[in-house]
Design a protein around this ligand. Structure first.
Ligand code: GDP
Length: 479
């Protein structure tokens, strides 16, 4: 809902320096203009060009979005079974898979893709995440209307006949085909298989071809934004939008994702009750993956080894210091997020059993322990989003290797986290317990095959600002 009120002077902090559109209704989406009060100031400057592009996108979305005359016209074309040339509006429809962190990273990547290729982004959110976020674009909706004909995410996979790569291989069209001779839509499959993304996607000829389709369905589980930076034809535009390369998700994430009031309520209540009084807030995210289980004692020991090496958690003393009530001791809050309660119990116990070296007062909190991932449950996802947000209000952070949940939290915060590394595939214990991320950006675990640029092209060797990740050694991220 947009209310074009006659607001007095704009508060630039509230608009994240101009990232957010002004004059949206504050009551129906409280988080949008309130988050800034809880978070550290962004370490990045916002490019005025990005602001301009976002405002331009918003106008385009409003012109072509659901319910408009142009949307109806485009739908007619879609149902006719045939593509047409020179359409006024082009669309990319995002379909989800995996958990919330993955979804947030890939939807933001799709939005960046929409900006670069001038498409309107619509999202199939599904029942489980329909009410998690506010609408990001003024005066319109990004939710895919329920009567959209191809709205079955399960039909979209590597072998879908309408997938771009499958059609190309089948000879269903050629690079010089006319737009009007093409089918009504194309499916772009960007889900990893064997931790790679398909060849013939991040290649110039293919991108040129893809632009001919007015309707694109896209399904992905990956933060593919770094792969867009490998495309010569997008580099100039990306440079203008993101002169600081490592700010991509930081800006786009804070632009797109505003927790709906119900989730924001959780966030505010928890923050006010437990975190607001702390002088320093320390975030610790512990994620155990099914494909690489780590025993509780081993993980706990890794956290302590990391802490000892880099001074992450407040240091323990071995003798009881004289506590002087009148000196102002620092209050440090440790916020733990994990599906399990064990780490919290153990760490809280340490600070109950032992004094701290500097007389700091330490409190330890964990908002929930869900025990199991339940991506299909709305209430579960609300907690997950609330915890990602609460983590992002911390002053420093340690996250688990490979976890997109952790990536979203530290990128929102604009923090370079400590990463608790995963043991080598044949080992039980991580030799190096943690390493500092060199960038605020998330990692793309599954880099694209780039055979179009020569066999065995390594995506990390093409441009200086795309390199391998600290936690996933074949993955790539922006620096
Ligand atoms: P990733 O699997 O770590 O990359 O992160 P995802 O967010 O994609 O998927 C993990 C899902 O498990 C989350 O979305 C939550 O549903 C759940 N989950 C994992 N860790 C936590 C946690 O610390 N707190 C809560 N509330 N849920 C979690």
């Amino acid at each position: 809902e947009v209310i074009l009120s006659t607001t007095p002077a704009l508060n630039l902090d509230k608009l994240l320096g101009g990232l957010l559109p002004p004059n949206l209704d504050e009551q129906s989406c409280q988080s949008r203009y309130k988050s800034y009060q809880y978070r550290q100031k962004s370490p990045f400057t916002l490019s005025p060009y990005l602001t301009k592009r976002l405002r331009r996108y918003e106008a385009y979305h409003k012109k072509c979005g659901p319910g408009t005359r142009l949307y109806k016209k485009a739908m007619k074309q879609l149902l006719s079974g045939q593509n047409v040339e020179n359409s006024q509006c082009q669309y990319v429809i995002w379909f989800p898979c995996n958990g919330l962190g993955n979804r947030m990273l890939t939807l933001a990547s799709t939005f960046l893709y929409a900006l670069l290729t001038n498409r309107v982004l619509l999202a199939y959110l599904g029942k489980e995440s329909e009410n998690l976020f506010c609408e990001p674009f003024p005066g319109s909706s990004w939710v895919l209307p329920s009567d959209f004909p191809y709205n079955q995410p399960y039909n979209l996979h590597l072998n879908t006949p309408e997938s771009y790569v499958n059609m190309l291989k089948r000879g269903a069209f050629a690079y010089n085909s006319n737009a009007s001779s093409l089918p009504a839509y194309i499916y772009l499959h960007l889900e990893q298989f064997s931790l790679r993304m398909q060849n013939n996607i991040f290649c110039e000829e293919d991108q040129k071809m893809l632009r001919k389709f007015n309707w694109m369905l896209l399904k992905s589980d990956s933060y593919f934004a770094p792969a867009l930076f490998l495309m010569p034809s997008y580099q100039e535009e990306l440079q203008k939008m993101f002169p600081e390369k490592e700010s991509v998700f930081h800006h786009l994430g804070r632009y797109l994702y505003h927790p709906a009031n119900q989730v924001w309520g959780r966030i505010e209540r928890y923050y006010d009750a437990y975190l607001a009084q702390a002088d320093e807030k320390i975030g610790l995210q512990i994620r155990i993956f099914r494909e690489k289980p780590i025993k509780f004692e081993v993980m706990y020991d890794q956290i302590i080894r990391c802490t000892n090496q880099v001074n992450f958690l407040p240091e323990i003393a071995h003798t009881e210091p004289m506590r002087n009530q009148s000196t102002n001791s620092k209050h440090k809050a440790i916020l733990i997020t994990s599906l399990y309660a064990g780490y919290y119990e153990r760490i809280r116990g340490i600070y109950y059993d032992n004094p701290t070296l500097n007389g700091e007062i330490v409190s330890v909190y964990q908002p929930s322990h869900e025990e199991e991932q339940q991506t299909e449950a709305q209430n579960h996802n609300e907690k997950a989003l609330a915890e990602i947000y609460l983590l992002s209000f911390c002053d420093k952070m340690a996250i688990s290797a490979w976890s997109t949940f952790g990536y979203v939290a530290h990128s929102f915060a604009g923090i370079k986290p400590w990463i608790l590394l995963r043991p080598d595939w044949n080992k039980e214990v991580a030799e190096v317990p943690c390493i500092r991320s060199k960038t605020v950006e998330p990692c793309l675990h599954s880099p694209p095959l780039l055979e179009c640029r020569g066999k065995d092209t390594n995506a990390a060797n093409l441009v200086p600002y795309v390199r391998h990740c600290e936690d996933v050694d074949f993955g790539i991220k922006l620096y």
